[in-house]
Design a protein around this ligand. Structure first.
Ligand code: ATP
Length: 374
C-alpha cells in the first residue's frame, strides 16, 4: 500500500495562492515519477482576504485541522491594506508557530548556475548552506504573540532575549542531525554555532549547551563563530559554511543576507519544525506589487515543498518521499544549469505558469535520463 500523507494547505493571500498551486503540481509530478506515496490535501482558509470577508483570520477549527495534519503547507499571508483595528497585520501563521512550538527555522541558501550571483569571487558558485534559526524565543520572545515588552512610560522600552535549556538542546540536536544528513548527501557535514558568547550570558549559555551536545555527534565538524565575524564571513567566504545554528534575531538578519547572496526572495525556501509538527512556506510575503500578474517565481515555495517531503520521509519512514524531495531539488538545479528555468524575478521571460510547466517537465525526465544512462 502506498503511504498517504495528509497535508493542511493554506494558500493565503496574493502570490501565495499561485506559488502554492505550483508547489502542489510539482510535488504531484515527483510523486508520480518516484511512486510509493501520495499526498492528500485539505485546504484551510486563512489570511487577510479571508479576514476582510469574514472578520476571522483563519476558518473555524482551522488551527485544529492544521494540528491533525502530517504537515502544513502555506503560501503567504497578509496584505498591507487589510489590518486589525490596532494597525497590526493579519498573521494567524504566527499563532501556528507558537501553538505547535515550531522552534527550528530551516532556511537554505544555495547558488544555482545562471541565477544572480552577488559576489564577484567565482567560489560563490559553490554556496550551499543552511541557516538554522531558533524561532520561538531569543530576542523575539517579548515581541509578536507574547507582547511582553517592558514599557516604562515614554522614556524607555525593554525587550528580553530569552534562551531556555529545553528549546536550545532540541535546536542544537536538530542542527547536528541536519549536518549529518547533509554529510550523507555529500556536503561537508559541519555545524557552526553563531553567537555573541563573549558579551552576553544568554549567548554563553547557548554556546555551553552546544558544547555539551557536541560529543553525541562525533561525525559532525563543530565550531563556533561570533555573529559579527559571521556577517563578515558570509560576504568573505560563504562557500566555506554548511549549517549555521543561531538565536532568533541573528537568524532573522543573517538568513536574509544569505538569501540575497544567491538570488532573491523568490528562491528563499523555509521550513519551521517542532517536535510533532512542521510548517513549510516560502520566506517571501504575498508580494501585492506583482499579484495577479503571473510574475511570481514559484521556486521558493516549490523548494519549501521539497523540504516538506524530506520532513515527511523522516516522520513516516517513507523513503520514497526523500527521493522525491531530492528529485525536485535536482530538477531545479538542472533547470538553471540548462537555462530552462528563467524566472522574471531575475530578468527572465518566464512567469509562474511557464516556470511550473517547465519544472514539471524536468521532474518527468528522470526516467528518460535513467534509461539513457543505463
Ligand atoms: P512580508 O513582510 O509579508 O514577508 P515583504 O514586505 O517582505 O512581505 P514580499 O511580499 O516578500 O515583501 O515582497 C518583497 C519584494 O520581493 C516585492 O517587490 C516582491 O514583488 C518581491 N517578491 C517576493 N516574492 C517574490 C517571488 N516569489 N517572485 C518574484 N518576486 C517576489
Amino acid at each position: 500500500m502506498p503511504h498517504t500523507s495528509q497535508i493542511a494547505v493554506i494558500k493565503g493571500d496574493g502570490i501565495g495562492v499561485d506559488v502554492t498551486e505550483a508547489t502542489i503540481a510539482v510535488a504531484a509530478a515527483a510523486a508520480e515519477v518516484v511512486g510509493g506515496f501520495s499526498l492528500s490535501y485539505r485546504e484551510v482558509q486563512a489570511g487577510a482576504g479571508y479576514f476582510a470577508a469574514t472578520g476571522r483570520d483563519i476558518e473555524p477549527d482551522g488551527e485544529e485541522t492544521a494540528g491533525t495534519a502530517d504537515a502544513i503547507l502555506l503560501g503567504a499571508i497578509g496584505l498591507p491594506a487589510i489590518r486589525h483595528a490596532d494597525g497590526t497585520e493579519i498573521s494567524p501563521h504566527l499563532r501556528l508557530r507558537e501553538r505547535f512550538q515550531l522552534y527550528a527555522g530551516v532556511r537554505p541558501a544555495r547558488a544555482y548556475p545562471n541565477a544572480p550571483q552577488r559576489l564577484a569571487d567565482p567560489d560563490a558558485a559553490a554556496i550551499d548552506l543552511v541557516i538554522l534559526r531558533e524561532s520561538t524565543e531569543g530576542l523575539f520572545y517579548s515581541a509578536a504573540v507574547h507582547n511582553r515588552s517592558e514599557v516604562i512610560g515614554d522614556s524607555e522600552v525593554r525587550d528580553t532575549l530569552r534562551i531556555t535549556r529545553p528549546t536550545t538542546e532540541k535546536l542544537h540536536r536538530f542542527g547536528f542531525r541536519l549536518a549529518e544528513k547533509r554529510k550523507a548527501r555529500g556536503r561537508p557535514g559541519r555545524l557552526t554555532c553563531v553567537d555573541k558568547a563573549n558579551v552576553f550570558r544568554s549567548m554563553a549559555f547557548f554556546r555551553r549547551i552546544f558544547d555539551e551536545i557536541r560529543p553525541e555527534f562525533p561525525n559532525v565538524d563543530a565550531d563556533h563563530n561570533y555573529v559579527d565575524a559571521q556577517a563578515l564571513d558570509l560576504i568573505r567566504q560563504p562557500w566555506a559554511f554548511d549549517v549555521l545554528v543561531m538565536e532568533n534575531m541573528f537568524g532573522d538578519i543573517l538568513s536574509d543576507l544569505a538569501g540575497a547572496l544567491v538570488g532573491g526572495m523568490g528562491m528563499a525556501a523555509c521550513a519551521e519544525i517542532g517536535d510533532a509538527h512542521g510548517l513549510f512556506q516560502p520566506a517571501h510575503g504575498s508580494a501585492p506589487d506583482i499579484m495577479g500578474q503571473d510574475k511570481a517565481n514559484p521556486l521558493a515555495a516549490v523548494l519549501s515543498g521539497a523540504l516538506m517531503l524530506d520532513y515527511l520521509a523522516d516522520k513516516t519512514g517513507a523513503g520514497a518521499m526523500a527521493d522525491a524531495a531530492q528529485l525536485i531539488e535536482e530538477s531545479v538545479y538542472r533547470g538553471f544549469a540548462e537555462r530552462r528555468l528563467r524566472p522574471m524575478e531575475f530578468g527572465g521571460d518566464m512567469g509562474t505558469t511557464a516556470m511550473t510547466r517547465e519544472l514539471i517537465a524536468l521532474v518527468g525526465e528522470r526516467e528518460t535520463r535513467r534509461a539513457a544512462s543505463a
